[in-house]
Design a protein around this ligand. Structure first.
Ligand SMILES: [Zn+2]
Length: 253
């Protein structure tokens, strides 16, 4: 077993890591006097499935509102005059003229929670268990394992201004204002950790003080809409036509 020697002003300490091994333990019941026997052992690491959230708020394009500039860019592009002027389709660049937007706010950390619907849809999709799931209109829907055949038609990330703290019992956003189609990116990972992200860039249609976001899915056959996750966070201010980049990272280990 490795040990470490530490010298401090002439005093020497020998650090020895704790020995981790099963140990017999017994306790005496204070009232009956009976001995209770047990074995103390290190815990096995549990497998875990975690979700992280990253939000980035960006200013509008500095040329937004200067109609002639964007109109000129659009016209030249139509005429094929802008070959080699790439448009970067991400939250950090204007989708029209590719000018960089300014990053004005970030929120990062573990996702508040996955709502109960997430667990129920896992039961349906992973275990083929027909389950009642409450949609965003608070109707109870009996969802069958047809989800296995690709039963979700739309995946979207919504952002909004509701500030009531998220709970696992949530079935809808509080005050959704904008949304965007979500991209479910490929699973990557090796060794003992895997991960994939679900991303979207939401564009503000008015000056917003965003305090919530969430993932919603729509079923193919019945167009039922279910909330999978909802987060609330300290307000991120995004001006009209500015963007909010939302990244949910799901990890398994
Ligand atoms: Zn622009």
């Amino acid at each position: 077993m490795p040990t470490t020697t530490v010298d401090r002003q002439g005093l020497t300490s020998l650090l020895t890591p704790p020995r981790i091994a099963p140990a017999r333990v017994r306790f005496r019941d204070a009232q009956t006097g009976a001995w209770l026997h047990g074995v103390s052992e290190p815990k096995i690491d549990i497998n875990s499935f975690r979700m992280e959230l990253a939000l980035q708020a960006y200013t509008p394009c500095p040329y937004e509102g200067r109609d002639r500039w964007h109109a000129t860019v659009r016209r030249l592009r139509r005429l094929g005059q802008l070959v080699g002027w790439p448009v970067q389709a991400d939250a950090a660049h204007c989708p029209i003229c590719a000018t960089a937007r300014e990053l004005v706010g970030v929120r990062e950390g573990p996702c508040n929670l996955l709502v109960n619907n997430f667990a129920k849809l896992c039961q349906v999709g992973l275990f083929g268990q027909t389950t009642s799931v409450t949609d965003t209109g608070s109707s109870s829907r009996s969802v069958t394992a047809t989800v296995l055949g690709g039963g979700i038609t739309t995946k979207a990330i919504h952002a909004g201004t509701g500030a009531t703290a998220a709970t696992v019992a949530d079935v809808a956003m509080q005050t959704a204002t904008e949304n965007a189609a979500a991209t479910v990116n490929a699973v990557s990972g090796s060794g003992s950790t895997g991960t994939f992200t679900v991303t979207a860039t939401v564009t503000a249609t008015a000056d917003r003080s965003y305090t919530e976001c969430g993932i919603l899915v729509t079923t193919t056959t019945n167009s039922w809409i279910f909330l999978l996750a909802r987060d609330t966070y300290a307000a991120l201010s995004v001006s009209n036509t500015g963007t909010l980049a939302v990244t949910y990272s799901l990890s398994n280990s």
